[in-house]
Design a protein around this ligand. Structure first.
Ligand code: EPZ
Length: 421
């Protein structure tokens, strides 16, 4: 199993390009199933979740090829004309639970879908009740048997759907299920994440008629046909936020290019609040930090609030800030698994349910730690970069799910970090 070896104490300085958004690529690759000619998706991050999505498309019968670009990103070519499959094997669902995002597209294309329950993950049970109730309202018959969802529909019908929670995945599944069906679908209390807007832009380029992404109300007028298109996915706001925190934690000075600062308002304001100097010029963000003080209260919220995906990463930054911080994780049930590993490095954090209190310390110390999940793993890398001494971070596969060669990006900023197989 690969691991990262990090020698801490080096201020990160230099220039980095933003990677493509993991949470855009997945629904957009699912959307490519809805055309019978070529889709070309540019700026895909070179991460294992992209591999999983390619595997699923191939399993369904689509022709998929990829090209590694000079900037390290991938261009993915998809032709779904032969995608007659409707089943995602259990092994693939278990490898990437967000594969459930393919459900709406498969139903839209085949009127049938057989997937295993995505099941829980490190963050908690991860139910899909909102997905299921919404698809049933559109006319899908869903049998939940022996851990499988056997879905069938004669015809998907547009309808009004009120989400009980602005679920990102459920919003995307409804958009993908309704884009080719009769009538209009209105999603109320829809998720507002930028990745939803990216999906709307991709689908509308294909010939769809969708409005409202980014607001709480999305309207999808069904159309009869979609064409293959070329699309460049948006920058990954969480990966950019992660590297900004790494630079701040090491008291460095860096520039991250080709970002979407408008997607990161809450993250940038928290970084400013804790003492970072942030400058935004067009798509580029520069950051430097001399002294870090704590942000007293951090509450994760649906977009445009502070992202749950930034919680672990920002907590790592707060472990060495002057003063205390209180984190409230309102989105996932169990998203403090990184705390135990940060303790091993000398962090002072107490948790009680969804609340974590961080008491800033002067020093962290290198230790052997284990990544517990994608963003928790990234938080350990940040802690290791600022710790005294050397750290070893195991289970790097979690980190590789969402960060494009994290050690290369950090080395480009001067970090002493190597990957050992
Ligand atoms: C997406 O997950 C992202 N993943 C997550 O990023 C992100 O943390 C999350 O949205 C919230 O922003 C992708 O886009 C691939 P949700 P998703 O449906 O769609 C509950 C990362 O690190 N819920 O908005 O699964 C659920 O349990 C990942 O990049 C139900 O109760 O998130 C959770 O508590 C992690 N029933 C909350 O809603 C449902 O049917 C948010 O879930 C669906 C969700």
């Amino acid at each position: 199993m690969a691991r990262l070896v990090v020698s801490g104490g080096v201020p990160l300085c230099g220039v980095l390009e933003a990677q493509g958004a993991k949470n855009s690529v997945l629904p957009i690759m699912a959307a490519a199933l809805l055309a019978d000619d070529d889709c070309v998706i540019e700026h895909c991050p070179d991460i294992s979740d992209t591999d999983c999505a390619v595997e699923i498309l191939s399993e369904l019968g689509a022709f998929v090829s990829q090209k590694r670009e000079a900037d390290g990103s991938r261009t993915v070519y998809i032709n779904a004309s032969n995608a007659l499959g409707f089943e995602i094997p259990d092994s693939m669902m278990r490898k990437m639970r967000s594969s459930v995002i393919f459900l709406g597209a498969i139903l839209s294309r085949r009127g049938r879908a057989l997937i295993s329950f995505p099941g829980g993950c490190e963050l908690g049970p991860r139910p899909i009740d909102i997905h299921i109730s919404s698809l049933k309202k559109m006319g899908v018959r869903i049998n939940e048997i022996h851990g499988f969802l056997d879905c069938e529909c004669d015809k998907l019908c547009g309808t009004d759907i009120d989400l009980t929670f602005p679920s990102v995945g459920a919003t995307e599944n409804i958009m993908l299920a309704s884009v080719l069906c009769d009538g209009e679908t209105v999603i109320n209390n829809a998720a507002k994440e930028p990745e939803i807007e990216d999906l709307q832009n991709f689908l509308n380029k294909m010939g769809a008629s969708i409005t409202g992404a980014g607001t709480g109300c999305i309207k999808i007028k069904g159309v009869s046909h979609l064409n293959g298109v070329r699309h460049r996915v948006i920058p990954d706001r969480i990966a950019v936020g992660t590297y900004l925190c790494a630079v701040a934690a090491t008291r460095g000075n860096a520039l991250i290019k080709n970002t979407e600062p408008g997607h990161m308002s809450s993250t940038l304001s928290f970084l400013t609040d804790c003492g970072c100097n942030i400058e935004v010029v067009d798509k580029d963000i520069s950051i430097s930090c001399d002294e870090l003080h704590s942000v007293k209260h951090i509450r994760t919220m649906p977009y445009p609030g502070f992202p749950t995906d930034m919680q672990a990463v920002f907590m790592s930054l707060m472990t060495k800030a002057k003063g205390n911080s209180v984190f409230v994780e309102t989105i996932f049930e169990n998203r403090f698994k990184h705390v135990g590993e940060l303790h091993r490095m000398g962090a002072k954090i107490t948790t009680d349910g969804r609340v974590a209190v961080v008491e800033g310390v002067k020093k962290l110390y290198g230790a052997r730690v284990e990544s517990t999940d994608l963003r928790g793993g990234a938080s350990l890398v940040i802690a290791a970069l600022t710790a005294e001494g050397t750290s070893i971070i195991d289970n790097v596969y979690h980190i590789d799910r969402g960060y494009d060669h994290i050690e290369k990006s950090l080395t480009a900023l001067g970090a002493k970090i190597i990957r050992e197989q």
